[in-house]
Write a protein that binds this ligand. Structure first.
Ligand SMILES: [Cu+2]
Length: 491
């Protein structure tokens, strides 16, 4: 079939079913559960699957829930009671991004919580927090190979609102392996013009526009897009063959956007529509209207959209610094869906904090001075390609110590020419300062620290354990930009 050139998505997916006999994920009976102390939870299977990307088959990982769909959706009040079955053909461990479980259930490979061997099952049981979350492997570079899925926890309010829920998960995709991509980034130690990746041509002239208070002067370049990807996916599909979601004329939609890309930030472009941002990273904010919304790696946005009477409406996600875009289409029944160009008319600007500055938590932290403030310098460069926190590279790091009951502030100061989406496990933090200017910002789990900028977050230390704190650009994380937030007396 490959000799015939590009295949249709349908042909590729049909072929993948035809060869299912060779795919353990589709054929093997579940291994006996190694740890099943009580009633079975929802079954979540880590496995592999085939996508059609640019007319070619692509073998990737996947996380399939009890109804055969990616990930898990929980009803209001339902516990996160899940049996994770590893049929991925290798050991794995899955992190419930943004959720606040006891630390041993967080899915980070600490010595105390090793990965799950192939064929085994591990059970999880905790009270989830409502909102738009996601799950991804935290083992090796499986996340880069799309071991990611939505984790949606619906609230009673969601049910009452009676809105059509649409999940849009974004990915960056390469036919090269993550190992090849990482090797390409790290092998160069010369000038950036010697770098093998074409992504290097995406330096943006910051000039005097856009970055406001940073005042870096004209001609100073900011680095975007470490990797030149082959495709950008929205719900596993490109804009050449987008998912079309049928809506009612005049329908009311809650769009749950998840940036699950490894190394790409997007501008969400609602096209002819406008929306109201009501939550970020699962946590409610005071409503903010908008039609172009920045979305850093690992972040989520909940956007309410009231559709016009009838028609078809693309929802685009455009890559920062590029014209490339992906997306889905919301179309009322019978409305024709026209072909969409995979490139916008011009490059998107760098993803920035323009939205972050406007956000206010619906439920802010109580007013309180921090008991401890940690200052963390984010540093690194494209050549040599290494990234650090306070000059240290994972795993050779000094934990940031916090104690139960403390109000903790972390001031992140970016000494590099690249923005870093910083994610703290096990805690929801509030954004309390941007470039030194105080604000009562959003409560969330991932915040972008712009090139040469600073962001301060605050949280209450209420979840004792060992917690990863890292850049969610996965190639930055893999080359050192990860540390630990740790409580005393954890063994
Ligand atoms: Cu980073």
């Amino acid at each position: 079939m490959r000799e015939n050139g590009r295949l249709t998505r349908r042909q590729i997916l049909a072929a993948s079913v035809a060869i299912a006999g060779t795919i353990p994920f589709l054929t093997k009976e579940p291994a006996a559960a190694a740890t099943e102390p009580h009633a079975a939870g929802l079954r979540l299977t880590a496995g592999t699957r085939t996508l059609a990307v640019n007319g070619k088959p692509a073998r990737v990982f996947g996380l399939v829930g009890p109804n055969g769909n990616p990930g898990i959706t929980l009803s209001p009040g339902e516990r996160f009671h899940v049996d994770l079955v590893n049929q991925a053909g290798t050991s794995t461990l899955v992190h419930w991004h943004g959720q606040l479980p006891p630390w041993r259930q967080d899915g980070f490979p600490w010595p105390q919580t090793p990965p799950i061997p192939e064929g085994e099952t591990r059970s999880y049981d905790y009270a989830p927090i409502a909102g738009t979350y996601w799950m991804h492997s935290h083992q090796g570079m499986q996340e880069q190979n799309l071991m990611t899925a939505p984790l949606i926890v619906r609230s009673a309010e969601d049910l009452r609102a009676d809105r059509q829920e649409v999940v849009l998960m974004l990915h960056d995709f390469s036919f090269r392996t993550p190992d090849e991509l990482l090797a390409g980034l790290t092998k160069s130690n010369g000038s950036r013009s010697a770098m093998p990746m074409s992504g290097m041509d995406n330096k943006m002239d910051m000039g005097s526009g856009g970055m406001g208070a940073m005042n870096m002067g004209p001609g100073i370049a900011m680095d975007l897009n470490d990797i030149d990807y082959d495709a950008f996916l929205a719900n596993d599909r490109t804009l050449a063959d987008p998912e079309v979601i049928r809506t009612e004329p005049g329908g009311r939609v809650r769009l749950r956007l998840i940036n699950a890309a490894s190394s790409t930030q997007f501008w969400i472009d609602l096209g002819a529509l406008s929306g109201t941002v009501v939550a970020v990273d699962g946590h409610p904010v005071r409503p903010v209207r908008g039609s172009r919304l920045p979305l850093a790696m690992a972040q989520r946005l909940d956007v309410l959209i009231d559709l016009p009477e009838k028609g078809s409406y693309p929802i685009f996600a455009q890559v920062e610094g590029k014209r490339a875009r992906t997306g889905i289409v919301l179309a009322s029944s019978g409305a024709p869906v026209s072909r969409l160009a995979s490139e916008a008319g011009e490059d998107a600007p760098p993803v920035d904090l323009s939205l972050e500055r406007r956000l206010e938590a619906a439920a802010p932290l109580a007013q309180r001075a921090p008991n401890v403030t940690h200052r963390v310098i984010l540093a690194g460069a494209m050549a040599p390609y290494t990234w650090s926190m306070n000059g240290e590279h994972w795993p050779n790091v000094t934990p940031l110590m916090v104690a139960p009951g403390q109000r903790v502030a972390i001031e992140m100061v970016n000494h590099s020419m690249m923005a870093h989406p910083m994610h703290l496990h096990g805690h929801a933090f509030q954004v309390v300062a941007i470039n030194g200017a105080r604000l009562t910002g959003a409560v969330r789990d991932t915040v972008l620290v712009p090139a040469m900028g600073s962001v301060t977050i605050a949280f209450d230390a209420d979840n004792p354990g060992r917690w990863a704190f890292h850049c969610h650009n996965l190639y930055h994380m893999m080359t050192g930009m990860l540390t630990e937030v740790r409580y005393p007396a954890i063994i």
